[in-house]
Design a protein around this ligand. Structure first.
Ligand SMILES: Nc1nc2c(ncn2[C@@H]2O[C@H](COP(=O)(O)OP(=O)(O)OP(=O)(O)O)[C@@H](O)[C@H]2O)c(=O)[nH]1
Ligand SMILES: [Mg+2]
Length: 236
């Protein structure tokens, strides 16, 4: 459970009933805003992807390489969530793509109201306000973001090889909420005690049928399947 925002308090059996009530109404308000965000994103012509992982699992690096490959094919926009700093948005802008940095001022996850503000800014950064693909990079955290729908169409969870293959079992709610799981930094497999079998099997138990793609943003290994997945989303 998260001390900053109290998210997932509603799952905590020792919680004060008053806190549970406040939390449920907060989540209901979030859900309502998320539906409105989804509509707004569709009005902008786009499909949105919410990227969730621990800090440093490779979200921004994945985006940098993906943008290099796809920026002449699709109109891409990025919303970056961080506790502080414009660093990740600056990395994306350096690739020539519009990026909005949202800073949460301490909170460990993005929520739908803050993303709503980000969508309006992103809209003004593109000609005609139109995009094909909007990536929302969540605050690095494997617990809190799972509870908050941002209005995305797809939720992609990254697990990097150095974190260990036990992470799906240890953070089940997050992996259960995934539409796709990326196992990142596969170039590091020789140096870590990471079991592809364990990670894949456990994630598959939490979310039967979950698609899992291993890749490396350093070598580009596995990117064909990731790029094909993105093409598939846009054909729907
Ligand atoms: N070896 C290797 N390193 C990688 C790979 N992808 C990312 N990294 C490194 O991992 C570190 C963290 O990468 P980021 O992309 O900043 O991670 P992030 O998930 O955006 O981090 P936060 O935004 O802080 O949560 C950087 O030093 C990257 O160079 C990869 O495929 N292989
Ligand atoms: Mg990042």
């Amino acid at each position: 459970m998260c001390d900053t925002c109290g998210c997932q308090l509603h799952h905590h059996h020792h919680a004060d009933p008053k806190i549970v009530e406040v939390n449920q109404s907060l989540l209901a308000a979030n859900q309502k805003q998320a539906e409105s965000n989804r509509h707004h994103i569709e009005q902008m012509g786009a499909v949105a992807i919410n990227l969730i992982s621990s800090p440093g699992s490779g979200k921004t690096t994945l985006l940098e390489r993906t943008i290099e490959i796809l920026k002449d094919t699709f109109k891409i926009g990025v919303i970056e969530g961080d506790i502080e700093t414009e660093r990740d948005a600056d990395r994306i802008r350096a690739k020539g793509v519009p990026a909005v940095q949202l800073t949460t001022g301490g909170a460990c996850h993005l929520d739908a109201p803050i993303v709503h503000g980000g969508l309006h800014v992103l809209e003004h950064l593109a000609k005609g306000g139109k995009y094909d693909l909007i990536f929302i990079e969540n605050v690095g955290n494997l617990v809190c973001p799972a509870t908050f729908d941002l209005g995305e169409h797809q939720r992609v969870i990254l697990l990097s090889v150095p974190e260990g293959s036990d992470k799906p079992v240890k953070y089940p709610a997050t992996f259960r909420s995934a539409d796709l799981m990326l196992i990142t930094k596969t170039d590091l497999v020789p140096y870590f005690d990471f079991s592809m079998d364990e990670a894949t099997k456990e994630a598959g138990i939490l979310k039967p049928g979950l698609e899992i793609l291993p890749l490396s943003a350093t070598t580009g290994d596995g990117f064909e399947r990731w790029i094909a997945y993105l093409h598939g989303l846009l054909k729907r």
